[in-house]
Design a protein around this ligand. Structure first.
Ligand SMILES: NC(=O)C1=CN([C@@H]2O[C@H](COP(=O)(O)OP(=O)(O)OC[C@H]3O[C@@H](n4cnc5c(N)ncnc54)[C@H](O)[C@@H]3O)[C@@H](O)[C@H]2O)[C@@H](O)CC1
Ligand SMILES: [K+]
Length: 484
């Protein structure tokens, strides 16, 4: 699990540490870690650190300070280090240290992409957590040219231009091949589109004491998924694995009923009971003979996928809420929410559906998805899974937002959300809480898609989810997994 902290939290953590060790020490720790990672990268790409040419693009703040002190260390190891003054006045002590070690300073204004000839590494020390979006065009042209030439671009703390707290990455932001961050991860490292601008992320310990601070985000990795997945035990029967009841699909959208059923079946439900649209039922009966269609015992409901307009939608949702059973409300079901829901109910909107729920624009959700998902959970009382490139889960009254394991962009296709609803219901039916169930289901779907290099229709991906779940159960994390 990786935990991320907002800019305000990071500054408070840094201040607390600085109060005991001093500001200079913290920056030296950051510079030491940064120089070490830069040297590793040079050793790997060039075979040697000595004699490498390093260009450090610096801004006016401490981010540039880190980069300049790292430059000093690289110069001492025999690198030829050029600092490019790109924004404002560079950190004076950091600059003096670099110059004393034999580095040089040039003005960014007169620089062209030709100046990249012979450079082995570009270090982006323009802006860190104090940055605002919007970088000068000539600076961006330089870092973009480095990317085009295939040069490694090492971002200090964050790729400059991205928004640390929200994960926004305006087109004018640096594209790094590697990011070295200090003390703790920031949301921008974990949320798209900024996350993809970071390349591989390395965390340098600078002695921050994270113990007393509740993180803004908790990002899961495949081992966490294996640890928490409800694998069946030796004596589990179909009720231990759980019965999923589905009221999904419509005559207009029968496929959604079929796909949500695939999600529940291949997500490992002990039994799937389909009580949705007739046209969906006909296809399911042909393709999935294990699914049952009559009334009977249910341990988790999934409603809403593919409903379209549904005149009795309010009552259909209210009845399922009244059952007190774990419940997933997806897609068109989200149009029929009562004012207040218990946290055991899981809502699975995409950005457009979340915007409608919050009565704002879709762009407001994508501009700050963490705030939006948190706000939806607080307003409804439910647990909310925001689907998309980064899948976030929030529960009312809980500060930390969970981030599912990310997957490839191919997952974004019609029908993926229906399958995901079914996967969520399968995990909930096994007795896992809504928050954890949502992260597990979203993660497994993403991990499954990550196995394929191209597009695969959602029903096929659903089948492959079963393989991924099975393999998780065989791995070291899986042996620690909970039995149902
Ligand atoms: N305070 C410390 O001792 C530590 C700081 N650290 C480093 O310090 C960074 C934060 O330093 P700062 O708070 O100085 O912030 P930054 O270095 O991120 O930059 C802030 C400065 O840039 C200017 N600026 C912001 N956006 C701009 C834009 N779009 N165009 C032009 N100018 C812009 C601001 O006016 C301000 O002068 C971290 O990201 C990290 O790299 C780390 O070394 C850890 C320790
Ligand atoms: K940076």
């Amino acid at each position: 699990m990786r935990y991320a902290y907002t800019v305000a939290q990071t500054r408070a953590l840094e201040n607390a540490t600085m109060a005991t060790v001093g500001e200079a020490t913290l920056m030296q720790r950051a510079a030491h870690g940064l120089a070490g990672r830069a040297a590793d990268l040079l050793a790997r790409t060039r075979g040697t650190v000595y004699g490498s040419r390093v260009m450090i693009v610096v801004g006016p703040g401490n981010n540039g300070g880190d980069a300049l002190y790292a430059g000093q260390r690289l110069a001492r190891r025999g690198c030829s280090v050029t600092a490019v003054r790109a924004l404002g006045r560079p950190h004076p002590d950091g600059l003096a240290a670099l110059l004393a070690a034999g580095g040089r300073l040039v003005d960014g204004g007169g620089l062209s992409v030709d100046d990249l000839a012979g450079v082995d590494l570009v270090v982006d020390g323009l802006l860190g957590i104090g940055g605002r979006p919007g970088l000068p065009a000539d600076v961006l042209a330089l870092t973009a040219a480095a990317t085009v030439r295939g040069l490694p671009v090492l971002a200090v703390d964050l790729p400059s231009g991205v928004v640390s707290d929200t994960g926004q990455a305006p087109s004018g932001s640096v594209h790094a091949t590697r990011t070295v961050t200090f003390g703790c991860y920031k949301p921008g490292h974990l949320i798209e589109p900024a996350a993809s601008r970071c390349g591989r992320i390395e965390l340098v310990d600078i002695g921050l004491d994270l113990g007393g601070t509740v993180p803004a985000l908790a990002a899961w990795d495949p081992d966490d998924v294996a640890t928490h997945w409800p694998f069946p035990g030796p004596t589990s029967d179909k009720y231990a694995r759980g019965v999923v009841g589905l009221d999904t699909g419509s005559d207009a959208y029968p496929g959604a009923g079929v796909l949500s059923t695939h999600g529940a079946v291949y997500g490992g439900a002990g039994m799937v009971r389909f009580l949705g649209a007739q046209r969906s039922a006909e296809i399911i009966a042909r393709d999935l003979p294990n699914v049952v269609f009559g009334d009977g015992r249910v341990q988790c409901w999934l409603v809403g996928s593919g409903w379209g307009e549904r005149a009795d939608g309010d009552r259909a949702v209210a009845d399922r809420v009244a059952s007190g059973l774990p419940l997933v409300i997806d897609a068109d079901g989200l149009r029929h929410l009562p004012d207040r829901l218990p946290g055991t109910v899981l809502l699975t909107p995409h950005a457009g559906e979340l915007a409608r729920l919050l009565q704002c624009e879709r762009g407001d959700v994508t501009a700050d998805p963490v705030a939006a998902v948190r706000s939806a959970a607080d307003r409804t009382g439910a647990t909310v899974l925001l689907k998309g490139a980064t899948q976030l889960v929030a529960t009312a009254g809980t500060e930390t937002v969970e981030v599912a394991v990310p997957g490839p962009a191919w997952t974004g296709q019609a029908g993926s959300g229906d399958v995901l609803g079914g996967l969520c219901a399968a995990v909930l039916a096994a007795g896992v809480g809504a928050r954890t169930a949502a992260v597990l289901a979203a993660s497994v779907q993403a991990m499954t898609a990550a196995r394929f290099v191209g597009p695969l229709p959602p029903q096929e991906l659903a089948r492959h989810c079963a393989t991924v779940i099975g393999e998780l159960g065989r791995g070291p994390g899986g042996r620690r997994g909970e039995h149902r």
